[in-house]
Design a protein around this ligand. Structure first.
Ligand code: ACM
Length: 257
């Protein structure tokens, strides 16, 4: 299976242009799964909820139809972050569109800083989608700070974690080595580059394997598309020695939830 990320510099508040950019990259990608950043249609530092609502889409929006069509004709899946409108709520969400054109939406569980003022708290929880090539789970940016996110996805038998991000702190990229190692999962962290208002995004998007090796890494600055080949089935094997299985050896009665 080939996975990739689009490390993107989002055009602030310009949904149409960002969609065009996304389509351009999708149309050329040879990945089976391409991951794009968090909120990559609207931008991140939106000043208030009224503005944010105007930049938000519903899950079924026809704006996504061309992306869906590309996924079907190119037999690939894409994951991208967007601001989701649903009734009177707005969620920081990511959408997975698979090679059959099915749409799955994950709503960010752990909101960061001002996101708490702008967005409603995600209510989907974590889940896994069985695409043609792999079992894929989603988490968004700051979710990484909570080991429970990746652990939950791995316990749900995710093989690849798609991780759209707008990282502003320098820790995640290296921390994902541990998240992958301790769960024996692959992860694709697609980060933003560039700046918005006073926020600077940290780039260095990563594809990380089940042993914590970095298979591909973007630079700190500048847009890039990178891909790597991996074997999702390796993530099904949780044995790490002749006598140790990462999941079977858990001693849940001693853990605090
Ligand atoms: C973040 O969760 N966007 C830092």
């Amino acid at each position: 299976m080939r996975v990739g990320f689009f490390q993107m510099d989002v055009e602030y508040e310009n949904v149409q242009l960002n969609l065009e950019k996304l389509k351009g990259v999708l149309g050329k990608s040879s990945a089976d799964l391409l991951v794009c950043p968090e909120l990559c249609l609207s931008g991140y530092e939106i000043s208030n909820r009224r503005k944010l609502k105007a930049l938000s889409q519903e899950r079924e929006s026809s704006l996504f139809d061309p992306i869906e069509a590309l996924c079907i004709t190119r037999e690939m899946s894409v994951v991208f972050g967007f601001s989701e409108k649903y009734k009177n709520k707005i969620y920081n969400s990511s959408m997975l569109i698979d090679e059959r054109g099915r749409r799955f939406v994950y709503r960010k569980t752990h909101l960061f800083l001002n996101e708490k003022k702008l967005f409603d708290r995600g209510d989907t929880g974590f889940f896994v989608v069985k695409t043609q090539k792999a079992r894929v789970g989603m988490m968004i940016c700051f979710d990484w700070f909570f080991p429970e996110s990746a652990r939950t996805l791995a316990l749900m038998k995710a093989e690849v974690i798609a991780h759209p991000s707008n990282l502003v702190m320098p820790y995640c990229q290296d921390a994902m080595k541990t998240r992958c190692l301790e769960n024996r999962v692959f992860a694709v962290t697609a980060n933003r580059v560039g700046e918005e208002k006073n926020t600077k995004f940290t780039g260095k998007s990563r594809i990380t394997d089940i042993k914590g090796n970095v298979l591909a890494s973007g630079k700190e600055k500048g847009e890039s598309v990178m891909e790597a080949d991996l074997k999702p089935a390796l993530a099904r094997e949780k044995r790490i020695s002749g006598m140790n299985d990462l999941f079977k050896d858990r001693r849940r009665k001693y853990y605090v939830l």
